[in-house]
Design a protein around this ligand. Structure first.
Ligand code: SAM
Length: 284
């Protein structure tokens, strides 16, 4: 089944290209959906379109990002207007002027418009901050620049109509998860080479200890009777950490990498605490 999904922002580790491979791992029916590492939202949009869950809880630790989702959910006409104003003024000088702004001093809508504008016009659509939490990606070169995608923004507004969207660390997922819920966990990738983490989505890094803490949350969700699915890099540490669960492989083309020669297809793992339907049909 081919489902087109809209895009709000391009995000490192985005799962849009993997949705066709993921589809066979999702449960057959989803009533309540929870996603605590929301990022670019590709999986959330897909799940909402495909399964129409009654309850949707979405969160991420990145406050800028969550603010943008909320602006689309609550103030889409104002957001489109603010973004259109930025788009009209776009130039190299203007980009760096907007990048230098302190987002905390802007209104929620202007803050969201700033994030989307920078994401569309920066190098590689990358979100990266320095140690002070300031966005530090240079301007990009774009042949076809579409800063305001009204159609996608309107569709996302529609898809998120009844979603609860929060800024929070992943552990808080336990405050929401109930028996029978489906939870998709997409943490920052564990580096394939130790010490080589390229992705920095917010001030803190996602360490080995965070991966272990996440595993203990995965175990708790399992005990609670939730269906949990997690993706990560195909690193020996991750395979070992989740060895008691079902591990599947998907192939991803990773475009955001600082080393252009390493932009190939790589294996990634999908861990589930249930037997995916396609396996059941193969076996049963
Ligand atoms: C791999 S990305 C998710 C990509 C997403 N599935 C998509 O398709 O775009 C990981 C996300 O986890 C968030 N994150 C990092 N550390 C976190 C934490 N401790 N708690 C919650 N979210 C966190 C980052 O801000 C980032 O958006």
């Amino acid at each position: 089944m081919r489902i087109e999904i809209p895009t709000l922002v391009k995000w490192a580790g985005g799962k849009k290209q993997l949705l066709n491979q993921f589809d066979k791992f999702f449960p057959k029916k989803i009533d309540r959906y929870i996603e605590p590492f929301l990022g670019g939202g590709a999986v959330a949009f897909y799940i909402i379109k495909r399964f129409h869950p009654k309850n949707v809880f979405l969160s991420d630790i990145n406050e800028e990002l969550v603010n943008a989702y909320k602006a689309v959910q609550l103030n889409v006409p104002e957001l489109i207007e603010a973004l259109s104003l930025l788009a009209k003024k776009h130039s190299k000088e203007f980009y760096y002027k907007i990048r230098a702004q302190d987002p905390q001093k802007l209104s929620d809508v202007d803050r969201a418009a700033r994030l989307i504008y920078l994401n569309k016009t920066c190098f590689n659509g990358l979100y990266r901050v320095n140690s002070e939490g300031k966005f530090n990606v240079p301007i990009g070169e774009h042949k076809h620049l579409q800063i305001v995608d009204t159609k996608d923004l309107m569709e996302i507004n529609h898809l998120l109509k009844h979603a609860i969207i929060k800024t929070m660390p992943f552990e808080k997922v336990l405050d929401f998860a109930k028996k029978g819920d489906f939870i998709y966990l997409d943490p920052p990738y564990y580096p394939l080479k130790e010490g080589k983490s390229f992705t920095k989505y917010h001030k803190g890094d996602f360490s080995k200890i965070d991966q272990e803490r996440l595993k203990s949350i995965f175990d708790k969700l399992t005990k609670r009777g939730c269906k949990a699915m997690l993706s990560n890099s195909d690193a020996p540490f991750i395979r070992d950490l989740y060895k008691e669960y079902s591990i599947q492989i998907v192939q991803a083309r990773r475009m955001i990498n600082c080393d252009a020669t390493k932009r190939g297809k790589i294996n990634e793992v999908v861990v589930t605490n249930y037997k995916p339907i396609y396996q059941k049909t193969l076996i049963d």
